[in-house]
Design a protein around this ligand. Structure first.
Ligand code: ATP
Ligand code: MG
Length: 329
């Protein structure tokens, strides 16, 4: 990435105290995104993508959670600034689009009530009538023919596709500089999913918002993002431009992940990755992928080194370390 970061996660660690022990769910995440940039996060189910998104937005406040490291918004430490400042930025300067609109929309309020609340929190408009004018115009932009009917509705009265468009409208209405989209639309059918992504792409392109897109569908990441982070078990395994990472995946995990995905137009049968993501209360020391990695050696029991292959292209694996580092490890 060039230029100053809009959002940066610095050595972010998150653990949950559970009955079974301490689950170290995020183990030092470093990630950054520049204004207007589109960054993808990929990785197997359970590897910490959603938790990373929630931590970035200041949405992990459970009593059993412990967060360390930092989240910087344009250089400002939000961990230090605290929940109130974080909450003020959320929904205004940074917003989130979820997998399932039925979770994000409140079932007991009409869409008008919820839109009004979002716009009011944005701080630019305080009167309900004015806020609803804005909402009507915004809904029309996402191809909703009858915004008034939608505004009068409760979430259960909307189709899944309609609810998804309402959710995107709410995420965009205050002109956020960053949108985090966590598997947008995947709770719905494939057509709605595509529609959701297309709409999000169009709206964010128009507004210039930066996007962090979390998706299982690697084709979507390839199409939509310019950079990508590959996560494994609460760590970043590698990062780089989408072109480079897809053309030459370096980390054994990335290679396994790509091989596990069916390819259009042949390329052999997908090869599932052997084993499972480790139990976070008993994550192995050193490289967390070592328990499943075909190349693992004793060196992998130590913290793997970050190897910068070229500017912005980094891999966290001893295999790629210069010989001296590998010998030391
Ligand atoms: N509040 C919580 N308390 C305890 N553990 C949690 C909590 N939230 C998430 N986790 C654990 O953190 C790990 C990472 O979960 P997360 O939802 O971030 O994965 P993910 O990469 O988004 O997976 P998916 O692709 O299935 O959405 C999981 O093992 C999950 O059980
Ligand atoms: Mg998730």
């Amino acid at each position: 990435m060039t230029g100053p970061a809009l959002l940066a996660l610095r050595s972010l660690r998150l653990s949950f105290r559970l009955y079974e022990g301490v689950a170290r769910v995020l183990d030092g995440i470093d990630l950054s995104i520049a204004p207007g940039e589109r960054v993808g996060i990929v990785g197997e189910s359970g590897c910490g993508k959603s938790v990373t998104a929630r931590a970035a937005l200041g949405l992990v406040s459970q009593r059993n959670a412990e967060l360390s490291g930092d989240v910087l918004w344009k250089g400002e430490s939000l961990v230090r600034a605290g929940a109130q400042r974080w909450g003020a930025l959320r929904g205004r300067e940074m917003s989130m689009i979820f997998q399932d609109p039925s979770v994000a929309l409140n079932p007991v309020f009409t869409i008008a009530d919820q839109m009004f609340e979002v716009v009011r929190r944005g701080g630019k408009v305080a009167r309900r009538a004015e806020a609803l004018d804005l909402a009507r115009a915004a809904l029309a932009r996402v191809f909703i023919d009858d915004p008034d009917r939608v505004l009068r509705s409760y979430p259960f009265q909307l189709s899944g596709g309609m609810a998804q468009r309402v959710m995107i409208t709410m995420a965009m209405i205050n002109g956020p500089e960053l949108v985090i989209a966590d598997e947008p639309g995947t709770a719905l059918d494939v057509t709605v999913q595509e529609q959701t992504l297309r709409l999000m792409a169009a709206l964010t392109r128009e507004s210039g918002a930066a996007v962090i897109l979390i998706a299982h569908n690697l084709g979507v990441i390839r199409q939509f993002c310019s950079r990508v982070y590959v996560m494994y078990a609460g760590t970043v395994a590698e990062e780089g431009s989408v072109d480079e990472v897809f053309r030459t995946p370096l980390h054994p995990y990335t290679r396994a992940l790509f091989a596990a995905v069916p390819r259009l137009g042949g390329g052999g049968l997908p090869q599932p990755i052997e084993g499972v993501v480790p139990d976070y209360t008993q994550a192995p020391p050193g490289c967390r992928f070592s328990t499943r990695c075909p190349h693992a050696t004793a060196a992998c029991d130590r913290e793997p080194p970050w190897v910068e292959v070229s500017p912005g292209r980094r891999v966290r694996c001893v295999l790629h370390a210069p010989a001296t580092v590998a010998a030391d490890a």
